[in-house]
Write a protein that binds this ligand. Structure first.
Ligand SMILES: [Zn+2]
Length: 617
């Protein structure tokens, strides 16, 4: 994929105003990919001209070990060029979404990607038809095949879940028809939902779309927060029935694929995509529940710091401490380099080079793509990072997060041969959240006042709540609703709200009187677009648990900890992701990493409570 596989958690909205004068060094240098769009077009045409070579491999993978190698090498070489083309096209489009010629270029890229996909579509079924034994023999005959060993194994292990040719053709043709629930959901939730308007306490009238909700739910004014929640969720509630139909449609479609692919349930199918043991999921959910007292301690602290006795769900988002700390990009770059020092000279040198050689597009501009992401798929060039730096602490944190992805891609692309240079989502967010942990450590050391310290600690707590507990809560909900539909039960919007509400209340200690959840807000499940990608979000929770443990080891200076961590980043896709993380010292099927995360959260709260006690005196 041209972009980092998981972007959602780092998405935030750009402020409308651009800085007065943008310096050239804050724009990325796309010339490292292609000197001009004309050069891009020439390379695209050249690639297209070579697709028949790949097509000529069809039916011949089993001819000999040498032929198999030649064809796989060719496929990898063409894909590598395709990715470079796609990174350029999407970067050009991202820097100004309003340019028609960029849109055309990215559409040409998509067409080319489809043609390549068609030309390469025979590889998988043919390798499966060859079978593990024959492929194994080829591997021992032809040493050059070794770079394809892992990808081949990944194809071959799908054999028990693969149908005969006619069956596969049927499944493929139905694939064209199963996207409607998600498409309807996206259209309704982004374009068609008639967003309500509210008047806030300052007299300002606000149209409450998704972006405005994200902004105003963090208001310092409690009445405004409640108004925003009531109005926003009231609107979703009106469409509960329809969202129920779209989500149930997606769940049913998943259940059908599960049956066709001969898996016991949808979760097993989803986890098997990356050969993740089910114990990872079970342990995550069990340990999260066991550690809910830590989350509840956070809510208690939040109530105390906000000065609110009867905490409600609408009190979850405002920052614990108001601080107007500014981090312009030059300052942010310096802080990042200082924070990343524990990663060692080689990594620092790479980051410095990236900063010097303009891997980033820094500032928000009109029509620039919102949010932040890293594209690491241009194997022969370098990672590209898109930011919308707003000079606040969240921007600094996003910078460091995205550079975590960039370091990962940089190390993996340099260490791995192309066929295994990518990496799974299960590992991706480890690198980014690892960097966030280093940043927190650095900021705490550099903080001048208790107020600043409270601000950084509070922001870290919020990340742990949002990236660990909330995603684990989603994971539990997904398990429950998929299991029901796998068993043949039907689900309405109302039923989904009830199931979600039970879990939401348990996580927030509603019964214990911690955070009161109004009935209206339990329609929140309808708002989460990730649910249309079955069993995806739990990886945010496992990643931050892994990175908390790895970062602790590196910061404590444990012997070998840094080398093990960097080896994980260099390993790309050379093995299955669970095994890779385990090799780095974190077994995500055991309670240890989840307990380490809870311990980390408790340490942060200990520190905050010490400061608060000191301030009281
Ligand atoms: Zn990320």
């Amino acid at each position: 994929m041209p972009l980092a596989p998981a972007l959602a958690l780092s998405l935030w909205l750009a402020a409308p105003a651009a800085p007065p004068a943008e310096r050239p060094e804050d724009r990325w240098n796309l010339a490292d990919l292609y000197p001009s769009t004309a050069a891009w077009s020439a390379d695209a045409a050249a690639l297209e001209g070579r697709l028949p070579e790949l097509a000529a491999c069809r039916g011949h993978l089993g001819d000999s070990a040498a032929r198999l190698r030649a064809c796989l090498d060719l496929s990898a070489e063409l894909r590598r060029r395709l990715m470079r083309l796609l990174v350029y096209a999407s970067a050009l489009r991202a820097e100004d979404t309003g340019v028609a010629s960029s849109l055309e270029l990215s559409q040409r890229g998509e067409v080319l990607a489809n043609r390549f996909g068609e030309a390469a579509s025979f590889v998988r079924p043919e390798v499966l038809a060859l079978g593990a034994e024959r492929v194994g023999r080829f591997l021992s005959e032809e040493p050059g095949l070794v770079v394809h060993r892992q990808p081949l194994d990944d194809i071959l292990r799908a054999a028990p879940h693969t149908l005969d040719t006619a069956g596969e053709a049927l499944v493929a043709s139905f694939g064209l028809a199963t996207g409607a629930p998600q498409a309807a959901y996206t259209t309704l939730s982004n374009a068609d939902l008639p967003w309500p308007t509210v008047t806030l306490s300052d007299g300002k009238s606000v149209r409450l779309d998704q972006a405005a909700y994200t902004l105003h739910r963090a208001s310092r004014n409690r009445a405004d927060r409640k108004l925003v929640f009531d109005t926003f969720w009231g609107k979703w509630k009106e469409y509960e029935r329809t969202f129920g139909v779209t989500f149930y449609g997606a769940l049913k479609s998943d259940a059908v694929y599960t049956k066709v692919r001969r898996y016991p349930d949808t979760r097993a199918r989803a986890l098997d995509r990356f050969r993740l043991p089910p114990e990872v999921y079970d342990t995550l959910v069990r340990e999260t529940n066991a550690n809910l007292p830590t989350l509840h301690r956070y809510f208690r602290l939040r109530g105390r710091m906000l000065g609110v006795k009867d905490l409600r769900y609408s009190d979850v988002y405002p920052p614990l401490v108001a601080a107007d700390l500014r981090y312009p990009i030059d300052e942010s770059r310096k802080i990042m380099l200082a924070s990343l020092a524990p990663l060692g000279d080689e990594v620092l040198a790479a980051v410095e080079k990236g900063l010097r050689e303009r891997w980033m597009d820094v500032h928000p501009r009109p029509r620039k793509l919102s949010g932040a992401h890293m594209a690491g798929a241009a194997y022969d060039v370098h990672p590209y990072l898109l930011l919308n730096h707003n000079d606040d602490y969240e921007s600094l944190s996003t910078l460091v997060h995205e550079w975590g992805h960039a370091i990962h891609s940089h190390l993996s692309n340099r260490a791995q041969p192309y066929p295994t240079a990518g990496y799974a989502t299960f590992v991706a967010e480890i690198a980014s959240t690892f960097n966030e942990a280093l940043l927190l450590e650095h900021m705490l050391k550099a903080a001048r006042t208790d107020e600043e310290r409270l601000f950084f600690l509070g922001s870290a707590l919020e990340t742990l709540r949002g990236t660990f507990f909330r995603q684990a809560m989603f994971a539990e909900f997904e398990s429950e609703v998929h299991a029901r539909v796998d068993r043949g039960e039907s689900l309405t919007g109302e039923a989904l709200t009830r199931i979600y509400g039970d879990i939401l209340r348990r996580y927030h200690g509603d019964r214990e009187g911690l955070v009161k959840i109004d009935d209206l807000y339990t329609v929140e499940w309808a708002y989460i677009p990730h649910f249309y990608r079955a069993f995806y979000v739990f990886q945010y929770a496992t990643s931050i648990a892994a990175s908390a443990m790895l970062a602790d080891g590196v910061m404590r200076g444990e012997p070998g900890a840094r080398d093990r961590y960097l080896a994980l980043l260099r390993a790309g896709n050379s093995d299955y992701p669970y095994e890779l993380v385990k090799k780095a010292g974190v077994d995500l099927a055991t309670p240890a990493p989840y307990r380490a995360l809870a311990a980390r959260m408790n340490r942060i709260m200990d520190e905050m409570e010490t400061i608060l006690a000191r301030q009281k005196k």
